[in-house]
Every structure is written in structure tokens, then in C-alpha cells.
Design a protein around this ligand. Structure first.
Ligand code: GTP
Ligand code: ZN
Length: 371
């Protein structure tokens, strides 16, 4: 199926919502609705349904918001056995206005998921319809290009635009080498550098956090994510503290994952799953991050060239000519190997349990509090 065009750019202003009857178009646009979703409404019957966004996944249902609607609806379960069979936080659903049952899950702009081994668990959905992933690292000890490339690959695999955020700019004499190194890690990559403690400097992230846009943060502990999030959430900062305190004490929380409103009109998706993004099944993402290697490899003599000692290797020729960094190739090699090993060990772990009938759809499981 051909996907409708996504709306482009971080600073896109008003988003069209014509074609829905789910209430005030502006209220829907505020929640992140855009033409990509409108275009999926098939017919008049579907136009009668109410579009709602999943704000949190609870044990007993989905907390959803729409235009003048905020309620809990039963879990969405489709008969199709695929990753579209369940709704996750950030998803858009069409619900029946009379029964308030979810009737349809709309195609996603992006999807973070992870593969889990054992007990028939396969795909765990983490979050849908995130526009921007802020990959946070500090301009000091935490700065590690291979780790950044790993996050970038996971973001690109999920169809999310990553933005590198370099914090602790105040602790180094010269930020230029960090910015320069980071910017080269992926074609078109944007890099922001700031002191996360300064609320004025956190404003640098606002272009991605405008009305209806959804963002998430990843990065090692202590790099400044919470500090930045508190600046962006503004008056609603207590909400974030709330989940953190609950998580830290391991308390049972009914809404473990949620979308938070940012003072700029955007949404922050902050979930434990986001903080544990893994390098599995991200072959395509790696190809996009290391686009120059993927491109050069097309000119290697052998289609399966490993860019080692094969003759007529275009990648090694580029390194010899000083057009490419040998260390970059080395990191690519390691990440590809790591990705293959992780993905392989997961698929082995999945095959180990007694085989089920092939007629049965793959099981999809949300990550719940037992994890
Ligand atoms: N000097 C300086 N300190 C910072 C900056 N950003 C964060 N810090 C400090 O670093 C410490 C850790 O910041 P947090 O915002 O808690 O880091 P985090 O990424 O949320 O860490 P986790 O919650 O463990 O994931 C705090 O004491 C912050 O005040 C910065 O840009 N400059
Ligand atoms: Zn080659």
C-alpha cells in the first residue's frame, strides 16, 4: 500500500484537518492530527467515527483524547496478526461515537518497537507518531560517536527525524569540534548545542515542539534530559516529576506511559521503553545513517563486498582518496555486526519454544508493568 505523503518540516504551521467530522479541527490539530491521517478516512461511514489519540495505555484500556473527548476506551484488538493489531501510546484511533469502542487504528507516521525473546513475545510496541527524537549527549565524557550512530539508526528505522542535542556546552572551552563531529554522522542531521540548565537556551528546541508536534528524548543518564524536559513542560512540570518518582520507587502506576503537553503546544512522549531503545532489526536505519557507505557500496565490484580486502572496493578507494574516514567504516562494520548478532539471537530465542500452528497470528504484546 502506498503511504500518503507525510507533512514535512519541524516548523510547519497550521495543519489541515478537513474531511473529519470528529469535532473542532483546531482541537484535533493541537493533538497532532494532520492530513496524513485525514487521507486515511475511507468513506462516509468512517467519517462518522471520532478520531482520538492514545495518551496512555492502561491495564484496563486506553486513555484517549480527541476534540472535546477525554475518556478511557477498551483496548483495540484487530483480527489481523501484525504490528498493527494493537494500539500504543501516540496512536490515532477511530472510535464509534455510540459505543466508544475503537473501530480502526490509523497508519502511523512513525513507530518505535522492539523485538523481545522468549515466551512467544515478539514485537513490543513502544510509541507511535513521534515526529522528532532528541538524541541528547553532553560535550564531555558522554560524547561517543558510535553511541550516537546507534541512536540515529534506531530513529531512522522508526521513520523519526533525529536531532542531536549537545548539552553542557558551558563546561567546555570550544564546542565547535563536537558540533562538527556530530553533524557529520548522518546526511542532513541537525545539531543543537546548549546549556540545559538555562531555560532560555532550551528554547532552541522549540522549532520541533510547535503545535501538534510530538517529540521524545533519549540519551545516557545525567546528560540533561530531565532538565530540558522541565524547561519545555513549563507550568506542567509536576506531571513529569510524578511519573519519575513512581518509577524510581517501583510503585504500581496505572498510567506508566504518557504523552505530556509542552508549553509550546507540542507533545512529549516519555516512557521507560524509549529510554531502552535497542539495536535490533535496524538494518534499514543503519543504511540511512551511513548513507555514504551504502551509496559507495553500489560501485564495489562485488555486490556483497565487505569493504575488506576485496578488489575494486569503492569504499576503500574513497578512504584512500581521503574522502571518507576509516574510523567511520570501522564503526559501521561493528554496528552492522552488533545489529546482526542481536537480531539473530532474538530470532533464535523466538524459535526455541514449541512451534505453534502457522495459522496463528504472531503475538504482539505491549510492554507492561511486569517487565
Ligand atoms: N553545567 C551543566 N550541567 C547540566 C547541564 N545539563 C544538565 N546538567 C546537570 O546534570 C545533572 C543531570 O541532569 P538531568 O537532567 O537529571 O539528566 P538526565 O539526562 O535526565 O538523567 P537521567 O534522569 O538519569 O536519565 C543535573 O545536576 C543537571 O543540573 C548543562 O548543560 N550544563
Ligand atoms: Zn567494497
Amino acid at each position: 500500500m502506498k503511504r500518503p505523503e507525510k507533512d514535512a518540516g519541524p516548523t510547519t504551521g497550521a495543519m489541515s484537518t478537513e474531511g473529519t467530522t470528529g469535532g473542532d479541527p483546531q482541537a484535533l490539530a493541537d493533538l497532532g492530527w494532520r492530513t496524513f491521517f485525514t487521507a486515511q478516512i475511507a468513506d462516509e461511514t468512517e467519517a462518522e467515527l471520532i478520531p482520538v489519540r492514545v495518551m496512555a495505555v492502561n491495564r484496563n484500556g486506553l486513555l484517549v483524547s480527541g476534540a472535546a473527548v477525554e475518556t478511557t476506551v477498551p483496548p483495540y484488538l484487530s483480527i489481523e496478526g501484525s504490528e498493527t493489531a494493537q494500539a500504543t501510546v501516540g496512536d490515532w484511533l477511530l472510535v464509534d461515537p455510540d459505543t466508544m469502542r475503537p473501530e480502526r487504528l490509523l497508519s502511523r507516521l512513525s513507530l518505535f518497537k522492539r523485538w523481545a525473546p522468549g515466551k512467544g513475545r515478539m514485537v513490543q510496541l513502544i510509541a507511535a507518531n513521534i515526529d522528532t527524537l532528541f538524541v541528547v549527549t553532553s560535550c564531555n565524557l558522554d560524547f561517543n560517536v558510535a553511541r550516537l550512530e546507534r541512536y540515529l539508526a534506531v530513529a531512522r528505522e522508526a521513520d523519526v527525524t533525529p536531532v542531536i542535542v549537545l548539552t553542557k556546552a558551558d563546561l567546555v572551552d570550544d564546542v565547535a569540534p563536537f558540533v562538527e563531529t556530530a553533524a557529520k554522522l548522518m546526511p542532513g542531521l541537525e545539531v543543537e548545542v546548549l546549556d540545559a540548565r538555562d531555560p532560555e537556551s532550551a528554547r532552541r528546541l522549540l522549532p520541533w515542539c510547535s503545535h501538534g508536534r510530538t517529540v521524545a528524548f533519549v540519551g545516557s543518564s545525567g546528560v540533561g534530559k530531565s532538565t530540558l524536559i522541565n524547561s519545555l513542560i513549563g507550568s506542567e512540570r509536576a506531571a513529569t516529576r510524578g511519573i519519575r518518582e513512581n518509577d524510581d520507587k517501583g510503585q504500581h502506576t496505572t498510567t506508566r506511559r504518557e504523552l505530556y503537553r509542552l508549553s509550546s503546544g507540542g507533545w512529549l512522549l516519555d516512557t521507560p521503553g524509549m529510554r531502552e531503545l535497542q539495536l535490533t532489526n535496524v538494518k534499514e536505519g543503519l543504511g540511512r545513517v551511513f548513507a555514504e557507505i551504502t551509496d559507495l557500496a553500489k560501485s564495489c565490484r562485488f555486490t556483497d563486498c565487505q569493504h575488506g580486502d576485496e578488489p575494486d572496493c569503492a569504499v576503500r578507494a574513497a578512504i584512500a582518496a581521503g574522502e571518507m574516514d576509516a574510523e567511520r567504516l570501522e564503526r559501521w562494520r561493528k554496528l552492522v555486526a552488533e545489529e546482526a548478532e542481536n537480531s539473530e539471537s532474538l530470532s533464535m530465542a523466538r524459535q526455541r519454544p514449541a512451534r505453534r500452528s502457522t495459522a496463528r497470528p504472531p503475538r504482539i504484546r505491549e510492554d507492561t508493568d511486569e517487565d
